[in-house]
Design a protein around this ligand. Structure first.
Ligand code: ZN
Length: 94
């Protein structure tokens, strides 16, 4: 039986350019409500991958208007220009 965690690792291995959590949910046919669950799996996945000699890189969320980079994962609004056009954090295997 495949676990969700194993499925996410497989996807990240296949998409070396990186994926955001919304894309992971779409590719795995998960309801958008499960994004939070995927984020928590990614933390565990980072540890699993490290043991296998890989690194999970997190490219931080970015404001599409002014380019501001956030230092946290889930954001809705840019503190600098107040834009809500935010590019979600991406995860990629190094
Ligand atoms: Zn901004």
């Amino acid at each position: 039986m495949r676990t969700l965690r194993a499925e996410i690792i497989r996807l990240l291995m296949e998409h070396r350019e990186g994926l955001n959590v919304r894309e992971i949910c779409q590719l795995l046919d998960l309801e958008p409500e499960r994004e939070r669950e995927v984020y928590s799996h990614l933390k565990a996945i980072a540890r699993i991958l490290r043991r296998k000699g890989f690194r999970l890189l997190m490219l931080p969320p970015r404001c599409k208007e002014c380019g501001f980079e956030f230092n946290k994962l889930r954001v809705s609004k840019c503190p600098k220009c107040k834009s809500e056009r935010i590019e979600a954090a991406r995860f990629k295997i190094d």
